[in-house]
Design a protein. Sequence first.
Length: 580
Amino acid sequence: MSDTKILGLSELRAARREMRSLFWAAGFFSIFVNLLMLTGPLFMLQTYDRVLGARSESTLVALFAVVAFLYLIMGIVDWARGRLLTRMGAGFQARLERRVFEAMIKKASTDPQPDDNSTMGHQLRDLDALQRFYASSVFSALFDAPWAPIFLFGMILFHPWLGGLAIFGGGVLILSAVLNQVFTKTSSVKAATAGYKSERYSDQLQNEAETIRSLGMQTHAFEKWSKTRQSAAHQSTRAADMGGSFSAVSKTFRQFLQSAMLGLGAYLVLRGELTPGVMIAASILLSRALAPVEMVVNQWTTVQRAKRGWDDLVTLLSEVREDPKPLELPRPQARLEVQQITVIPPKGTQATLRLVSFSILPGEAVGVIGPSGSGKSTLARSLTGIWPLAGGKIRLNGAQLDQYHPEKLAGYIGYLPQRVSLFEGTIAENIARLSGEFESARVVEAAQRAAAHEMIMRLPRGYNTPVHTIGTQLSGGQIQRIGLARALYGDPVLLVLDEPNSSLDNEGTIALNHAVTAMKEAGNAVLIMAHRPAAIKECDKLLVLEDGMRKAWGPRDQVMSEMLSNVQVIRKTKSIGGVA
């Protein structure tokens, strides 16, 4: 294993170690479960060799009563062991689910376009797979596996030939399990990858259903989705066929082995080397000894899925380190300093921002303009801490962004991305950033500052309207206003707006300008990435980006005047060149 994955492996092992009390308790119960499994062979041994020979009904009744009591105890202990393992799996999941969720979100935010083979977005399913594995019968079978040699040794004591046959049969079943793992591993991974790709594509089609229908893309969309689905089905069928073949072979051979054991025992009885009771007891012992192996073979898909989930989580937790818990800093002033920052997008090789510097003071609004691809959105992601810096520093009130707790920083910096999405929940919960407990007054205040209050009140249930019932009925401008209210919620000191008026009408643009003015009057600061001149109406300064570098910086009117003069000079030069 590479050094880069050691950290993720240590995190998973640490979480598993926290469940060791339940693990050892389950192991302790397994001792009694397996000892009590000898009840059947001993009962058969006594019945055939003592009860039938003595023809004693009272002995049979006494033995049966003891056996019934022992089986009752075995059932209770096995039930308790199962409950312990179920809680072990649930505890393991609870211990890691927040860490995995945060790592998944962090990686998705820095890797918005994962590769086709990526399992991004499925790490929580990986955690579910591990939870199901720990609670499954195949995991409890691993507690029974160490007892198999003891049962085999008991058969050797009965007769060496019986022990030899049992060891040979167990070796064949173990070999079947190993071959099952070797031959189905690749197919299972390919099936999972193809399934993830198909699910991701179907989700995209569902989200863009309106576009698909309006442009008549149903047939072509279905054909493309069908190819991904068929690929997933083919790989899944291949993996299932391979696993099913090994399972069938294992089951058939085990049944044959059971009969072979009875046949060999009968032969030894005929030779006078065994009693009939030993013959039956040996057959039952063989079944107990090989049961864990057969369980693993038959449920190998569960084992494989858990192994794949473990590996995926090791990779995720190794790539995304846990955020340190910084010292709690007081609420900052709206004093932003950007010092010579260089930003390289995740998985990119070329910087989209290079050596950019500027500063914002409390009560200022700064507009960032430039052509598409100039680095405006990259700057917005950097200022909110989403994308890391390759060089330079960003300070808020003197402290670097990584000195703030990420969630605290999000409360100080309100962010409105280019593409606004609403989440499952009510309108109020979306504005309150999915908080289950919020102050209604703060939600209404944020909506009013975004000029969204009246629009929200016209919805079927006002602020309590579930998003899924009206999601398709909201216009882009309405969604953007709700997104602006969400950015304003909590009274941030800095507001970062990425193309905030791309979907707004005139009323919405006026409301946006009022919100910017209100932020300035409150001593906060605003940074607006814009194409439209209306968005920078309330800006005091302008930052002009071109090819990821600062082309101009200063008071808005001065920068606009310089840009206009440059345009006139260029036009005049072209005109003179054309006349010449």
